[in-house]
Ligand binder design. Structure first.
Ligand code: SAM
Length: 243
């Protein structure tokens, strides 16, 4: 059973105050980098996996997508998503991605932001997504970068100025990582970069483009709290296509 941390009150209260939830996509500093990876969505049937408040789902529709199905484990997140639209071509559903099976060849684009690092069985998910896409269909997703995830291992240290040194501890030890973020014991799944990419290749995807998001200097000037994101990659972005 997947951990549903987004439905615990303390976590949800904290998470809801993040700029990316208050401001939507404009509050996500990596959004421009994601956009650069997305295909033309006009007329596309889109699935948004781990849709959260549904900001991206609504952006796809505004960009001309024919329909968007957003899935999320959290009742809180789905309630927020549903409250933000009355568009009949967007549907938000509660589902656990560890178990979800989408209909075959039903989507032109499967999108996911910052969710797959919660998934234990990424091979199953990748194969399921592959079946759900039409031939040539796109998979675009972001995850916490595996270097960031490994650096979140409790053994990281600080230098004499209190600045995190971010060693990549335990990088080869794949599996569960627990962090305290809005609530104690948030469970994430660390996979090596090679494991994630090789899983996609073995699952029948061609890799089109990768990115490792770091804020620009202008973004850091505007939001000084982003400075640490230039110390190590925080977010991995992947664009792939069904062979
Ligand atoms: C960091 S949030 C990202 C939300 C949204 N994609 C965004 O970018 O704003 C991660 C989301 O993944 C969802 N999630 C985590 N594990 C899941 C699972 N096993 N099945 C479905 N959704 C899951 C959480 O409930 C949460 O809404």
């Amino acid at each position: 059973m997947a951990q549903n941390i987004y439905d615990t009150p303390d976590f949800f209260a904290g998470y809801s105050q993040l700029p990316r939830q208050v401001l939507g996509l404009a509050g996500a500093p990596e959004w421009d980098a994601i956009r650069a990876l997305l295909p033309d969505v006009r007329g596309a049937r889109v699935a948004d996996l781990g849709c959260g408040f549904g900001w991206a789902s609504r952006w796809f529709r505004a960009g001309g997508a024919a329909s968007v199905l957003g899935y999320d484990l959290s009742e809180n997140m789905i309630a927020q998503a549903r409250a933000r639209t009355d568009d009949p071509a967007i549907e938000y559903r509660i589902a656990d991605l560890e178990e979800l099976t989408l209909p075959a060849s039903a989507f032109d684009l499967v999108y996911s932001a910052l969710t797959f690092h919660y998934i234990v069985d990424f091979s199953r998910l990748a194969e399921m997504i592959h079946r759900a896409l039409v031939p040539g269909g796109s998979l675009v997703f972001t995850i916490e970068h595996p270097v960031y995830m490994a650096a979140a291992h409790p053994r990281w240290t600080e230098d004499e100025d209190g600045r995190p040194t971010w060693p990549v501890n335990g990088y080869a030890d794949e599996g569960e990582r627990r962090t305290d973020w809005f609530a104690p014991g948030v469970v994430k799944q660390h996979r090596k970069l090679a494991t994630t990419l090789n899983t996609l290749i073995a699952g029948g995807f061609d890799l089109l483009r990768l990115d490792e998001f770091a804020p620009t200097r202008a973004q850091v000037t505007a939001m000084p709290e982003l400075a640490v994101e230039r110390e190590r990659p925080m977010i991995l972005l992947v664009a792939a296509r069904k062979r």
